[in-house]
Design a binder for this molecule. Structure first.
Ligand SMILES: *Cc1c(COP(=O)(O)O)cnc(C)c1O
Length: 198
């Protein structure tokens, strides 16, 4: 019983988020179609992700490797998975190295993840803002400028480079500041519960 209630809530929350995305896009003279909504289901059960899928959503994000490996095979294969963790960042590679894991392990890990999940995408430039997961307009502006610089150096058109910024608490502002990719977890799936001690 209670599971049914929870699932209904998630689908309703998705619709509300999509509506808010559309409004924020229109208010800033953009098209809602230019903003991808990545539903972040980390720590959430496959059944809840399936519910959002059944509501028509196809784009999902995970930021723990193990979860994407576990969940992807249990879900329809036309889901577009976005890995939003830190696998590729040098900072984390050096953290891994410090904890005794060789950086090459994370590359092996990435290959592994791709093998298990071919429809996996790594996003473009991403910010998660402050440690409390709220971003400021400065974060967003910095990333926006950063894209301009990166694209100049790489000789890429800016529209080819995703700007992944904006989460549950700040996605409307991020859209107004040019985000092409908002990553929304708790507003769709409800608050995350971590095991005690984490
Ligand atoms: C968990 C997570 C999100 C989603 O956060 P919410 O505040 O629940 O929307 C977005 N991006 C990253 C990188 C995350 O780890």
């Amino acid at each position: 019983m209670s599971a049914t209630v929870v699932e209904g809530v998630a689908a309703t929350a998705l619709r509300s988020v999509l509506h808010r995305v559309r409004q924020a896009a229109e208010q800033s003279g953009r098209h809602a179609e230019d903003v991808r909504v990545v539903a972040v289901g980390k720590t959430k059960p496959v059944s809840l992700i399936q519910e959002i899928y059944d509501a028509g959503h196809r784009c999902f994000g995970e930021n723990y490797v193990q979860e994407i490996i576990d969940k992807a095979p249990q879900l329809p294969d036309d889901i577009r998975w976005h890995f939003i963790g830190h696998l590729q960042s040098n900072k984390v590679k050096s953290l891994l190295a410090k904890s005794g894991v060789e950086p090459s392990d994370s590359i092996e890990l990435a290959k592994h993840v791709r093998l298990g999940c071919p429809n996996l995408e790594f996003s473009g430039l991403m910010t998660i803002g402050m440690p409390d997961y709220s971003s400021t307009p400065e974060n967003f502006k910095t990333l926006f400028k950063c894209r301009t610089e990166v694209c100049k150096v790489l000789g890429m058109a800016e529209f080819q480079c995703e700007l992944s910024m904006g989460m549950s608490n700040d996605f409307e502002q991020a859209i107004k500041m040019g985000s092409t990719n908002v990553r929304i977890g708790s507003t769709i799936f409800g608050p995350r519960e971590y095991p005690k001690g984490q």
